[in-house]
Structure formats: C-alpha cells, structure tokens
Design a binder for this molecule. Structure first.
Ligand code: NAD
Length: 290
C-alpha cells in the first residue's frame, strides 16, 4: 500500500520502519529531522499525504492532531483512510473523524498499547474506532504493526477504550503499591505478599505481570531501578484524558480522579517525572499517614 506517515518519534519511527520492511511504500514527515531505513521523507505533512491510500498519524496530543489534519485532509484522495494512532482526547478524535468523513475519507482512531518495545517488535494492540469499511482497509497494516486490533465501534471509541483501560491501570498500580507499603509496615514479607495476592482476589496485571516490588514476580522496571517501561508522565497524560472525558460525559470517577491527582503530585512535585509509573512503591515506602 502507499502510506503517508506523520509523526516519526519514539513510537512512529519503529512503526513506519516495520511497514517499510513489510514491503509497503512509505513516505514520512516529521517536524524534526529523522532518518528511517526504507522510508522516503517529504517536505510537508500535505506532501506525505498526497496520493496515499492510508495516512497514519502518531502525534503528541489532540491540538497537534487537529493542526495536522487541517493540512492532510485536503491533500488526500476520496476513499483514502486517515488512521490516527496517537493517544488524544475523545472530542478531538471525533471532530477530526467528522472532518475527514465530510471530505469523503474513511477515518479511524486507533490508539495503541504496548509501548516503544511493542512498536519496535510489531506487537502493539490497536483499539479502533470508526467504520467496518475503514477497519477492513487498515487491517493488513494493523497486522504488520501489531498482534491484535479490536474494533470498538464508531469514531472516538478507540480512544474511549484506551483511557478506560489506563484509568484501571493507574488505579490498580497505586492500590498495589500502597498495599505493599502497608504489608512492609505490618511485617509481611514481600514474596509472601506476592504469592498470596497474585493467586487471590487482589490479583491484577499490575501485581502479576508488572510487579512494582524489585526482585519479586516476573522481571519488570522495578528490577531496573524503575527506568521506564511506561513513564509516570505518560500515565498522567492518560489519566488527565480520562478525567477530561469523564467531565464531558458527566461520569462519576472518584478513583480515577484520585489516581490522576496522585500522579500529578508525583510527577510535578516529587521527582517522579521520567521514572516508571510503578515507582509509586518507593514513594509510598518513605511515607507515613501525615
Ligand atoms: P514523541 O514525542 O516521541 O513523537 C511525536 C513526534 O511527533 C515527534 O517526532 C514530533 O517531532 C512530531 N510532531 C510534533 N508535531 C508535529 C507536527 N505538527 N507535524 C509533524 N510531526 C510533528 O511521542 P511518542 O512517544 O512517539 O508518542 C506518540 C503518541 O503515542 C502519543 O500520543 C502518546 O501518548 C502515544 N503512546 C505512546 C506510548 C509510549 O510508550 N511512548 C505508548 C502508547 C501510546
């Protein structure tokens, strides 16, 4: 397929490289100077989108997505697909999709989980909002860049799935970390705590697959001095998006709100920035109730 790829950062660059490696004809654009083997670079976003059957965007936020969409939509041929893989607010995703559909395009919002490692290995999971017809066109590209693509319903539903999932993740990570810190103070050995909880009703992905206690459970960023992994600032971004969506939809999300406030405190005032999001455990370890 002829593909335009805009936003070639930590995630976009390896995704574009995998598409080129699989034999697709990829033209890229980024504000920064980048070189990717097999990817031809264009002078502008519009130039990268011209003549493409699918234009993929992988950008930092909704405001930038809107600005890039204004440039690429007029350059695209009718029937082509605008496939946004960034994590952005639901409202921007739906507005950009409506603008694309009005121009005769297919529009998909397809945020990912799996991080930089998953992007490089081609094992991302895509959560996809948009039409069946658009999903069918993009499916072979999801198969190259990832191992799973779930069609979640109409435009915006991919972003909705992503922020709901990550709200659960933020909340369960905090709960897992504060429970470990309490167990420490009660004299309960961490290995015993893991052995019980990971096979009891307190189990979760945070405990079982990504245990925040060093040396316990499978290998995780806790075993690498809490280097990310999944950084606190990215978790904070997703928790803020979930709170923005909850406000717009009038949904009561007290645990999501508390998790958002706590990650904001950690990132902005307690040197949590740049650490893995499981570094909540050493944060709690040092604290008492006061
Ligand atoms: P990044 O900052 O490394 O890359 C973003 C790229 O977009 C940069 O290269 C930047 O130069 C480019 N860019 C910015 N404005 C532009 C414009 N107007 N035109 C063209 N290019 C422009 O970010 P990333 O880590 O690659 O993340 C991209 C998206 O993926 C974000 O929405 C993020 O939330 C999401 N995401 C990231 C991860 C992760 O682990 N990094 C995991 C899942 C989802």
């Amino acid at each position: 397929m002829k593909i335009g790829f805009i936003g070639l950062g930590n995630m976009g660059a390896p995704m574009a490289a995998n598409l080129a490696k699989a034999g697709h004809d990829v033209t890229g654009f980024d504000m920064a100077q980048v070189h990717i083997d097999g990817v031809r670079m264009a002078e502008s976003a519009g130039a990268a989108a011209t003549g493409a059957e699918v234009v993929i965007t992988m950008l930092p936020n909704g405001a930038i997505l809107r600005a890039v969409a204004d440039q690429v939509i007029p350059a695209m041929d009718k029937g082509a697909v605008l496939l946004d893989c960034s994590t952005v607010d639901v409202e921007s995703a739906r507005d950009v999709a409506a603008q694309a559909v009005a121009a005769g395009l297919h529009a998909l919002d397809a945020p990912v989980s799996g991080g930089v490692g998953g992007a490089a290995a081609g094992t991302l999971t895509f959560m996809v909002g948009g039409t069946e017809a658009g999903f069918a066109i993009a499916k072979p590209l999801f198969d190259v860049m990832g191992q799973k693509a779930v069609h979640c319903g109409p435009s915006g539903n991919g972003q909705a799935a992503k922020i709901c999932n990550n709200m659960i993740l933020g909340v369960t990570m905090i709960a897992t970390c504060e429970a470990f810190a309490l167990a420490d103070k009660l004299g309960l050995d961490r290995q015993a705590m893991f052995d019980v909880v990971s096979t009891s009703s307190g189990y979760s992905w945070s405990m079982n697959a990504y245990c925040p206690a060093p040396g316990i459970g499978p290998k995780s960023p806790a075993d690498n001095d809490y280097k990310p992994g999944f950084a606190t600032d990215l978790m904070l971004k997703d928790l803020r998006l979930s709170q923005q969506a909850a406000e717009a939809a009038d949904a009561d999300t007290p645990m999501g709100r508390a998790a958002c406030d706590l990650y904001a405190q950690f990132v902005e005032h307690e040197n949590g920035k740049g650490r893995d999001f499981s570094a909540m455990l050493p944060r709690f370890e040092k604290r008492g109730r006061g």
